[in-house]
Design a protein. Structure first.
Length: 98
């Protein structure tokens, strides 16, 4: 399955925003939380999960949303399951490397 991956470089930092393809453009609502999976932030080239995992390893900041991309990051040991938030049942996680 493919996901969108948008990479931004800011000085020595590399920000990766990635989402499951079907979530792009969606608005998730959960109580007072309104989370927009905005094209401006998440849309980049479509990639395989393995390609995105390689990018996660090279990035200093990762913002991910979606069942597939978050599950793969957990499988690869990049995030702990307890660090995953759910917004309207959709998993969301971040990685910040200092």
């Amino acid at each position: 399955m493919e996901v969108y991956a948008n990479i931004r470089k800011m000085g020595r930092y590399v920000l990766l925003a990635t989402c499951d393809a079907e979530l792009l453009g969606k608005i998730l609502r959960d109580g007072k939380i309104v989370f927009e999976v905005r094209e401006e932030f998440y849309k980049g080239p479509k990639m395989t999960l393995e390609e995105v995992i390689d990018l996660m390893k090279q990035s200093t900041i990762v913002n991910m949303i979606g069942h597939r991309v978050v599950r793969k990051a957990i499988e690869k040991g990049l995030i702990h399951p307890d660090s995953v938030l759910k917004i309207s049942g959709v998993p969301h996680a971040q990685i910040v490397k200092m």
